[in-house]
Design a protein around this ligand. Structure first.
Ligand code: FE2
Length: 521
């Protein structure tokens, strides 16, 4: 009898050890039901699980979670993603074995404090601009861990992530072995991105010449759960307990890059919602007729002469009390080259219909509408030293809103550029904030100030036709915004260590044409 008890005890200890070694995460995210009706969903992400956990509500009620559809290629076989509707006004917890993953109280009221961040991933030990991602724990190694662990950010009741979560497994090129291609020697190819012209490397043009996907059959670097776990879920785990998330896709989450994981793990589209689309996924990334080890003779280009297997989701609007937030999927909008224009005209037509309700609205887009970059990186105008992105969204906006965005748009929030940039347009356009500063190695300030200590706004003439007052920083951090009346807001850019780097007020540009929307401290 005694030996049986000992065996049982060992088995229990082994089960507990397994439960603790397998990582598990839970978070709440916003989705749109219909007509902007906000729906909170709890999602659980559990390693090595074969069945979904339950959600325990504070009231004592239990809800079984249901599995999301896994990408078919096997690279997410070690993780199970489950979800359920999440109640308003009541905390909850996801129970995974012996672990209890606490979740916040959520209400559909106007948020009081909104944490805005973007571009949180870590690049890794690449030959150019290396950024170590491993070593002394994520809280010390790269800034996202430090930002996510900072207690001050717990005050937010909404977290907006503007995209680019996964850098460590989204390389620009890959080497395909003869086993994959059937060719005599290895083949180096560029992974498809829809033009990424913010960074400080040599511009890569033209875009769209070939669609090579990390997720094609035989790829040496398919999108994997482990990269998602280490680049986003591990460092974000503490923040997941504090507030619901509004999640936007970046170009690192294109279907040719970390798209399969995005649609499985984070995308708000869900079978739980009454919208028609249900859970979304990437189209097959291997060209029809291409067989492993017997590819068409070089120089064959995948998907040549046919539509690339990209996916663009419809805009999502979340009505939170007095404030609407519209999330745009701009991952496929070419920065300095018109690309997928028709798709974005269609997107903005849907946005126009939403804005016709005249409710105060913030627009969230991964690629900024109006980014100031180096002259060689964007679309130059006149003889100024600047280039401008994102031309695809600018042209689409001009077609749909010939008189500019309506005045009920009171902020444009974006990332993509690895720097802080805040822009005021007087009373002619809503101000724009760019905060691609939560983790990835940074780019230099644009526009370049006359001296390093100069904190005054810089006049940038004719930024997409309208003079702009711009301030910028090359610091890691995230923004905390406080919504006010009628869509107005104040806020601050807060460094990774909690220092206020800039204060901001949506009313400043309107009150004084020569002010930007933020002041550097
Ligand atoms: Fe980006």
């Amino acid at each position: 009898m005694r030996s049986v008890l000992v065996v049982l005890a060992i088995l229990c200890m082994a089960a507990a050890a397994h439960a603790q070694s397998a990582a598990s995460f839970a978070f709440v995210l916003w989705g749109e039901d219909v007509d902007g009706k906000p729906v909170a969903m709890a999602r659980a992400v559990v390693e090595h699980a074969t069945s979904c956990p339950v959600l325990q509500r504070a009231s004592g009620a239990w809800q079984q979670m249901t599995p999301r559809q896994r990408p078919p290629d096997g690279h997410f076989r070690d993780v199970l993603v489950c979800e359920t509707l999440y109640p308003f006004g009541e905390a909850g917890a996801v129970l995974v074995g012996v672990r209890r993953l606490e979740l916040p109280v959520v209400t559909p009221a106007t948020p009081r404090r909104v944490l805005v961040m973007g571009d949180s991933g870590c690049r890794g030990d690449l030959p150019e601009k290396p950024q170590p991602c491993t070593g002394d724990g994520f809280t010390k190694v790269w800034p996202f861990g430090v930002i996510a662990e900072d207690e001050q950010r717990s005050a937010a009741d909404l977290i907006v992530h503007v995209g680019d979560y996964n850098y460590r497994n989204t390389p620009r090129d890959m080497v395909l072995s003869p086993r994959v291609t059937g060719y005599d020697r290895p083949l180096t190819v560029k992974v498809y991105d829809t033009g990424d012209l913010d960074d400080e490397d040599v511009p890569e043009v033209p875009i769209g010449a070939g669609y090579w996907s990390q997720n094609m059959q035989g790829s040496p670097v398919p999108d994997t759960w482990v990269a998602w776990r280490d680049d986003f879920f591990m460092p974000a785990a503490r923040l997941m307990k504090t507030a619901p998330w509004l999640l936007v896709r970046g170009n690192h989450e294109l279907c040719s890059r970390a798209g399969p994981g995005w649609y499985y793990l984070l995308d708000p589209a869900s079978a739980l919602l009454r919208r028609d689309e249900g859970q979304q996924s990437c189209w097959p990334q291997t060209p029809p007729g291409w067989r492993l080890g017997a590819w068409p003779k070089p120089p064959a280009l995948p998907f040549e002469g046919q539509p690339f297997p990209i996916h663009i989701r419809a805009p999502m609007r979340i009505k939170l009390g007095e404030l609407d937030i519209i999330a745009l999927d701009s991952a496929n909008a070419g920065d300095a080259y018109l690309y997928n224009l028709d798709a974005f005209v269609g997107q903005f037509q849907q946005v126009a219909a939403m804005l016709a309700e005249r409710r105060p609205t913030w627009l969230v887009t991964h690629r900024p509408f109006w980014g100031v970059v180096k002259r060689i990186k964007g679309v130059p105008v006149g003889s100024g030293p600047y280039g401008f992105i994102n031309v695809t969204q600018q042209v689409a906006l001009a077609k749909v809103f010939p008189n500019g965005l309506p005045s009920n748009v009171t902020a444009v929030l974006a990332g993509h550029m690895h720097r802080f940039q805040a822009i005021g347009f007087g009373d002619r356009r809503p101000p724009q904030l760019i905060v691609g500063t939560a983790g990835i190695i940074l780019s230099h300030v644009q526009p370049v100030p006359p001296s390093p200590d100069d904190k005054q706004p810089i006049l940038v003439p004719k930024l997409d036709g309208i003079d702009a007052e711009v301030v910028g920083l090359m610091d890691h951090g995230a923004m905390m915004l406080e919504p006010g009346k009628a869509g107005a807001w104040t806020g601050a850019m807060v460094s990774e260590t909690g220092r206020i780097l800039a204060t901001c007020d949506s009313s400043w540009p309107r009150r004084n044409r020569s002010q930007s929307v933020c002041r550097l401290q």
